[in-house]
Write a protein that binds this ligand. Sequence first.
Ligand code: SF4
Length: 257
Amino acid sequence: MPLTHTADLLERYFLKERLPTIWCPGCGLGTANGAILRGFEAAGIEQDKTVLVNGIGCSGRTAAYLDFDVLKGTHGRAIAFATGIKLFRPELTVVVMAGDGDTLAIGGNHFIHAARRNVDIKVILFNNFIYGMTGGQVSPTTPAGAKASTAPQGYNERSFDACKLAEAAGASFVARATSYHVQLLSKIVRDAVLHEGFALVEIMTQCPQQYGRWNKSGDAFDMLMWLKDNAVRSEQAKKMSSDQLADKFVIGELVRH
Ligand code: SF4
C-alpha cells in the first residue's frame, strides 16, 4: 500500500493552528493518528462526507486536530452518537475514535449492541490499558496483576479482550494492530472503512506517562519494543498452539464476514 508523506498528511488533514498536541512525549497516539490518516487516504475517504466522533480523555483529542466534521461525545456515548448520525445520514462515513476506558466501561453497552446490530460505523479503539488523562485508574483492559493509581498493589480482576468481545457480539469486521505496526494499522483502517457493517480496529498503544510509570515498563521506546516482541500476526497464530500463544496477542485481520 503506498504511504503518504507526513508533510502531505499535515497539509491535507491537520488543523495546524491547533498544534502542537496535548499528548505527552512518547505517547503512541500521534503515531497511531498518522497511520489512521494514511488508511483513510488509501480508502479514498472524502473529508466533507466523513464524521469523526471522539470520546473523552487523551484519545478523545485525536479528531480535535483534524480537518473533518467532528462531534465530541460525552463519556462513553461516542458509539451512540455515531449510530444516530449514521441512521440520519446513511451516506456519510462515520468513524468513532475513542479509548479503552471510554468505550468498554461506561460505553460497553453501546459497544456490544452496535456490534450485534452490525451498525455501519467504524470504531477505532485506542487501548493503552489504563485511564491516562484522568489519573491512571484501572480500565476494563488493564491486565490482571498490573498496577494503576486505583490498584497500587496490582489489579486483581480479569480484563476484556475487546476483539473477542466484538466478535462474540456479532461484529462483521474485527482487526488489531499496534502503534509499532503502523503499516499494518493503515491497511486495516483502510479495510475497515471500505467494509460495510460494524468494524472494530483495536490499536494497542503505549502510555508511558501512566501505565508505563505505574508498571515500570521503561520509556516509550521500551514499550514499543514490548508491543513488537509480543505481537503475533494472525497468519502465524493459526500455526501455533494455545500454550505458545499464552503470553502473546494476535494482530491483523481477525474477523470478516
Ligand atoms: Fe498519552 Fe498516557 Fe500522556 Fe495520555 S497520559 S497523552 S495516553 S502518554
